[in-house]
Design a protein around this ligand. Sequence first.
Ligand code: THU
Length: 135
Amino acid sequence: MEQKELIRLALEAREQAYVPYSNYMVGAALLTKSGKVYKGCNIENASYTPTNCAERTAFFKAVSEGEREFEAIAIVGGYAGEPTGYAYPCGVCRQVMMEFCDPKEFRVITAVSEDEYIDKTLEEMLPYGFGPSNL
Ligand code: THU
């Protein structure tokens, strides 16, 4: 699947963002090695801490459905309307990616639009990461 299509799905996922506190809407689309896509949005909470990022929503949906092998994730974010800047994945989400993905292979596509994006490996996004291979 092309980056463009995965970004389109992330933009679609972003529409579902539940963000009454920050108003910052994030969407993610996670591509499995078998070609399936799991979408996720951020889900906030009045108690703030239980807030779940879009990327983790996508991962937890996928893993809970039995998926373990992933190819790439596209992420878009911003306040209402079209995204105007990049929404890079937070450290916690990078760590969750590290649990399930090969850092040299898995691609993190951070996008403003279908035509404007940055495509990096997880290793580039999380250098010197700690993962399952360390234990
Ligand atoms: N957020 C994400 O969904 N993904 C990230 O990687 C960064 C932050 C969300 C969490 C919260 O709902 C809002 O963006 C503002 O922090």
